[in-house]
Design a protein around this ligand. Structure first.
Ligand SMILES: CC(C)(COP(=O)(O)OP(=O)(O)OC[C@H]1O[C@@H](n2cnc3c(N)ncnc32)[C@H](O)[C@@H]1OP(=O)(O)O)[C@@H](O)C(=O)NCCC(=O)NCCS
Length: 198
């Protein structure tokens, strides 16, 4: 059974293989401003070294700290890895609060599943498994966005109970209730979406 774990050394070998799969898809180039892309740019070619990998994993974990160092405009973020045994399958990142950009486009959540593990339900299971964690961070409902062309991500969000609010630019915006006993329909907040439980 796959599970969510904090970033750490257990899946080192398989994490490196997964990053090669992302690179083969064009991730980690200068234009890739995603978290994954930035990580590949910064640590790629170095994180084969167990010490560098441990440093990387520690930095990812520390990004959840309220007072940790982070680029201007970035908010604290909890990242969890979706793994089965020693195999890295993907990751989900939970941004602890929304700034203007995240509210309009980025949302609270980012996720990726490695190419060789796709279309097996992992992203759906990973997002579902993360909802209690998201709730424990104090987020309910959670905003998840995806590109209007990203059919897979859209299906993931909808299968996890995402309630569509609107489209901003090319981003589709959905709210998902995270509470353990969320009522079927609840107000998300003044002027915001209706969010439904599963
Ligand atoms: C989006 C992504 C996370 C989906 O991961 P996944 O593990 O393959 O997703 P799942 O297996 O849970 O599939 C969820 C649904 O999407 C569908 N789906 C998956 N890949 C698809 C594709 N390429 N085209 C169309 N539908 C697809 C599945 O069939 C499933 O729908 P169904 O239950 O109705 O059949 C993965 O493709 C990915 O990492 N992409 C690159 C990064 C990305 O886009 N991240 C999301 C940013 S918002």
């Amino acid at each position: 059974m796959p599970e969510l774990i904090l970033p750490g050394p257990r899946v080192h070998a398989s994490f490196l293989e997964a990053m090669k799969e992302f690179e083969a898809e064009g991730r980690g180039v200068r234009e890739d401003n995603s978290m994954l892309g930035r990580d590949i740019l910064r640590y790629g070619g170095r994180w084969e070294d167990p010490e560098v990998f441990a440093e990387y994993a520690a930095a990812v974990r520390a990004d959840a700290d309220e007072d940790g160092p982070r680029p201007e405009g970035h908010v604290p973020c909890t990242t969890l890895w979706w793994v089965e045994g020693d195999t890295y399958l993907g990751r989900i990142a939970v941004r602890h609060r929304l700034n203007g950009f995240l509210l309009d486009y980025g949302g609270h959540i980012g996720y990726d599943v490695r190419a060789s593990a796709r279309r097996r339900g992992h992203a759906t299971a990973m997002l579902r498994a993360a909802l209690p964690v998201v709730h424990s961070v104090g987020i309910d409902p959670v905003l998840v966005t995806c590109d209007d062309t990203n059919t897979a991500s859209r299906r993931v969000v909808e299968k996890c109970g995402g309630v569509f609010e609107d489209r901003r630019g090319k981003k589709l915006r959905y709210w998902i209730a995270t509470g353990p006993a969320a009522p079927r329909v609840r107000r998300a907040g003044p002027g915001e979406a209706q969010a439904a439980g599963e």
